[in-house]
Design a protein around this ligand. Structure first.
Ligand SMILES: [Zn+2]
Length: 658
């Protein structure tokens, strides 16, 4: 064999080995482009809803605990002396020998005067009153009352707790005394400031969590409340329930309030300087009242009441009956926006000075719409806000945005949906875990920002769910959730059940990854091959964070395919279930595949490389021809180039020899 033939044979051998090797690599995977919903399997923890009776005020045959609260406000010492008469009904299937109560004020923030609750004594109700044993654990803001006999299920026990609460000064918390008399700005706020009964449940036994500075760490059963509030005569009072009686003696007013129906807790606020505006909503017959300082008149006058009435009407007509006769929106001092209590919400006076880009009207309206929504999701439908705080906050934050969308369509609140960018920003800039479904203490342990998951991510994921299911199914699910757990306690699995009942499908594929994974998906593309014989482009979209997830994400991702000169050849949404291989018919030779997340209508929740790049793309596309075994355009080009080099070299070599 001469040298020339040897050279050609060697070249052909190289071509063959190359084609064989690369042809084996680019075998397309199977195709899957739609998510198949699983069969309907709600895990049916359904209660028998009492909505129809309870919403009409009919509680016949249902037992609740009953608490009579008698309070005396001492203006000079900023203290409240109180008696809590407890008539405790054991609605749990266990015997009790002692009962726990939260005594929160010592956990609250203050400027110079700490909050405190002195328990003076616990006595029997019957005369002559006998002392009962009790223990106070001030470090965890808890007291236990020792019962004189075993309290069996469905039985009742009664006693009176006498206490003296010192309201913290300043601070940002639930109870405080704030402002000054010299400029007509002093307000007393009595909230979470009496011995509050703990809840016994199947998950935790007694829920005796201490006061937490993160979230709204409260959890209460429904009970009848009756309030007697004794204040200086000139004071104006906002309190839980309807004012039944007002008598004045020795310069003091004795006010009797009662909400008539069970509530989760009670509160009052008093100031000499409140202005009051009220409106009874026709058809609903609820007296909505706003209490604010005269310094805020230019912002609050008429506007706050209009907002409260609009929000109230929307929620009442959408989700279900409010059923009480009063609702108060009361100004308070806090650094946060506001705080919800049954029948009464507090709104920060700092709205007066708000300088954000949307303006203070927007800020005040947002807070009122938010806190009002808590009457439906926290107050009437109850949530353990230590273990599931994200649940009512997430729903309420979404509902607040929906309120804005209904009353201010020109604000385009859902488009662009601000939460989408915030969620991406969090995962890029902080890179912290962001699992939603965890308790407030678990958030601290796992390094998760509770405010982010409760107020940004949970509502954003709910909006994604609305985009997935459609508005009607979404609203109907929230309505069913509200009505099914009216006057009861609900958790995340209950919410999932309601969505599954309405849609008739299992939604595990949605709720598990979006609520239980600590990180967002981040997509990459691999194995992109275009077949000249069939015009089929095959590639795999995979989640490079898959190893971090407990559950695989499934979501619709916009896929674009471009040919030369950035000409858009193909654009379609595809379900990407973790790792998904797509095979797409394209007419022309493709040179770029792109996953473009920039259109908010697609609502892709994803971790992106940085805040300004909201797409992923690749030009790494192999070209093959399945008619010719081992054909690959790149390999052919490479091999022909190699062949050309060898031929040129050979020719030159031959010439030199000559
Ligand atoms: Zn809230």
């Amino acid at each position: 064999m001469n040298y020339k033939i040897k050279c050609i044979n060697l070249t052909l051998l190289i071509v063959f080995i190359h084609c064989l090797f690369l042809g084996m690599i680019f075998v397309p995977n199977g195709m899957q482009s739609t998510y198949i919903l699983k069969e309907n399997t709600p895990d049916s923890k359904l209660t028998t809803s009492n909505y129809d009776e309870f919403s009409k005020g009919n509680f016949t045959g249902y037992e609740f605990s009953s608490y009579n609260l008698s309070l005396y406000l001492n203006e000079d010492s900023s203290t409240v002396e109180g008696n809590l008469t407890v008539d405790f009904y054991n609605n749990d299937p266990v015997n009790f020998t002692q009962l726990p109560f939260h005594i929160y004020p010592s956990g609250m923030q203050f400027n110079t005067r700490a909050g405190n609750m002195d328990i003076l004594n616990v006595t029997t109700v019957e005369e002559p009153r006998q002392q009962l044993d009790f223990e106070v654990f001030s470090g965890i803001q808890l007291m236990w009352v020792n019962l004189t006999s075993i309290l069996q299920p469905t039985n009742r026990t009664s006693f009176i707790i006498s206490f003296n609460t010192t309201l913290p000064d300043g601070g940002i918390d639930r109870a405080n005394e704030h402002g000054w008399d010299y400029n007509d700005t002093r307000i007393f706020k009595f909230a979470s400031a009496y011995p509050q009964p703990c809840v016994y449940d199947e998950y935790d036994g007694w829920n005796i969590d201490p006061y937490l500075l993160v979230g709204d760490p409260f959890y209460f059963d429904m009970a009848y409340y009756d309030l007697i509030i004794n204040v200086p005569e000139e004071m104006k009072v906002a309190a839980t329930g309807e004012l039944l009686d007002n008598t004045t003696t020795a310069g003091r007013s004795i006010l009797h309030y009662n909400p008539h129906l069970p509530v989760r807790e009670a509160t009052f606020s008093a100031s000499r300087y409140f202005e009051i505006e009220s409106y009874i909503i026709p058809g609903i017959d609820v007296n909505v009242s706003c209490y604010f300082l005269s310094k805020s008149n230019d912002l609050w006058h008429e506007f706050a009441l209009d907002v409260a009435v609009d929000a109230f009407s929307l929620y009442h007509n959408t989700f279900g009956d409010y059923c009480y006769s009063t609702f108060n929106v009361v100004q308070e001092y806090t650094y946060y926006g506001g705080m919800e209590y049954p029948l009464q919400v507090y709104i920060t006076e700092s709205a007066d000075y708000y300088t954000g880009s949307y303006g203070r009207d927007w800020y005040l309206e947002s807070i009122i719409a938010h806190e009002t929504a808590h009457q439906w999701f926290y107050s009437l439908l109850g949530v353990d806000e230590v273990d599931w705080g994200f649940l009512d906050e997430g729903i309420v934050c979404w509902v607040t945005d929906w309120y804005k969308d209904v009353y201010h369509p020109d604000w385009h609140i859902f488009e662009p949906y601000w939460g989408l960018q915030k969620v991406r920003q969090y995962s890029i800039e902080w890179g912290l875990p962001n699992k939603i479904n965890q308790s407030v203490p678990e958030c601290e342990i796992s390094g998760t920002n509770y405010w982010y998951i409760g107020y940004t991510k949970a509502n954003t994921v709910l909006e994604k769910l609305r985009q997935t299911l459609g508005h009607t199914a979404f609203i109907n699910s929230l309505r069913l959730f509200f009505r099914e757990f009216y006057f009861e306690i609900a958790d995340l699995s209950d919410l999932v059940d309601m969505f599954e009942i309405i849609t008739g499908d299992s939604l595990d594929w949605f709720f598990y990854p979006w609520f239980d994974n600590a990180y967002l998906p981040e997509y990459d593309i691999t194995n992109a091959v275009f077949d000249l014989a069939t015009n089929m482009l095959t590639f795999t979209i995979y989640d490079i964070n898959e190893h971090l997830h407990q559950y695989t994400y499934s979501q619709l991702i916009p896929v674009q395919i471009y040919r030369q000169f950035s000409y858009l050849e193909y654009e379609e949404l595809h379900w990407i279930n973790g790792s998904t291989t797509l095979t797409i018919d394209v007419d022309q030779l493709p040179n770029r595949i792109s996953l473009d997340y920039s259109d908010v209508k697609d609502f892709v929740l994803v971790q992106v490389p940085n805040y300004y790049i909201d797409y992923f793309e690749t030009t790494n596309i192999a070209i093959i021809d399945s008619r010719i075994p081992g054909y690959d355009l790149l390999v052919i080009i490479f091999t022909l180039s190699l062949f050309a080099v060898i031929v040129i070299y050979k020719r030159n070599h031959t010439r030199i020899k000559k």
